[in-house]
Design a protein around this ligand. Structure first.
Ligand SMILES: Nc1ncnc2c1ncn2[C@@H]1O[C@H](COP(=O)(O)OP(=O)(O)O)[C@@H](O)[C@H]1O
Ligand SMILES: [Mg+2]
Length: 290
């Protein structure tokens, strides 16, 4: 598929983007900011029409679908979670109008948020929104996941569910996603490879197209080999541009070790978005703004 926002003068956002999502499995898109990941979701749900190419939904050209029927195939947990002023129960139940009490609790259990809600003085009747209880980003994510589970659409889209939460919240969300994935097709957008370990297939998006694909282990190995190659080349300056951001803790530690071992006489420049990636640095420059 190809796509640009606005008229023909707009910059091309998707450019020969090609992928296949298998029903009943978890598929992930990983890539940097502004590479077109969220745009893929917008096209999948029919919020925008693709420019060129082909889009088959359950094997049928998207153009042949009734738009409402096509949209009902998806439930989405977006980057900006919207909770309306009301109770937690109402905010979950809006996923399904005739939801029973048992269904709501079951969805919240699966989304790993039931214990938290049950522990509040007013439980499911706690008010959220402007004048209600203040929820963390991770809690909002899990309420939104409960809503999506309740909606029970065949395809669940998750846009960066763990992007801006700490490790503990990340773990809870991850568990929720894995449970929600049972019997569903899940497509998840992530910033780091380590958060999509369970995906059957991962597409690395760059410049509006798929740069690489594979499972977690394959991509991790390729990244480690690329870093090893850069080090072995023997040049006086080695540049690691977010090279370890995608790695899991174990691989990251291996790279740190290699960097520490070879510092003698060589200059290493690292760009990172996590402090743990630059633990071996002699000097850290923090870049502000964008
Ligand atoms: N509604 C829009 N109108 C115009 N440009 C947009 C719009 N939404 C996103 N873009 C641009 O499209 C590109 C891809 O955006 P997006 O899909 O949100 O990236 P990602 O989710 O990978 O961070 C970016 O350059 C962004 O500025
Ligand atoms: Mg995005």
């Amino acid at each position: 598929m190809s796509f640009r926002y606005g008229d023909a003068l707009g910059a091309s956002v998707l450019n020969g983007m090609s992928f296949r999502v298998e029903a009943g499995k978890q598929t992930a898109f990983v890539g940097g900011f502004g590479e077109g990941k969220t745009t893929i979701f917008k096209l999948l749900c029919g919020l925008y029409e693709k420019g060129g190419g082909r889009y088959l939904l359950f094997g049928r050209p998207f153009e042949e679908w009734n738009l409402e029927a096509a949209r009902s195939c998806f439930s989405e947990v977006s980057q900006n979670i919207f909770l309306f002023p009301g109770t937690i129960r109402q905010n979950v139940a809006c996923g399904k109008e005739d939801a029973t009490w048992e269904e709501i609790v079951e969805a919240c259990r699966n989304a790993n948020i039931h214990d938290f809600i049950a522990g509040l003085p007013e439980g499911y009747e706690t008010l959220v929104g402007e004048r209600g209880v203040c929820l963390s980003g991770g809690q909002r994510q899990r309420i939104s996941i409960a809503r999506a589970i309740l909606r029970d659409a065949p395809i669940l889209l998750l846009d960066g569910p763990t992007a801006s939460v700490d490790r503990e919240a990340e773990r809870k969300i991850q568990e929720a996603v894995d449970r929600a994935a049972k019997g569903r097709t899940v497509i998840v957008i992530a910033h780091r490879l380590s958060t999509v370990k369970n995906a059957e297939r991962i597409y690395v998006v760059s410049g509006g197209r798929v740069a690489e694909s594979g499972n977690h282990r394959e991509l991790m190995e390729r990244q480690r080999i690329a870093i090893a190659r850069a080090i072995l080349k023997g040049a006086p300056v080695i540049i690691l541009d977010e090279a370890t951001s995608a790695l899991d803790n174990e691989s990251e530690a291996l790279v740190q070790e290699a960097v520490r071992a070879l510092k003698g006489g060589r200059t290493i420049l690292m760009i990172a978005h996590r402090p743990s990636s630059i633990a071996a640095a002699d000097r850290v420059v923090r870049v502000g703004g964008c």
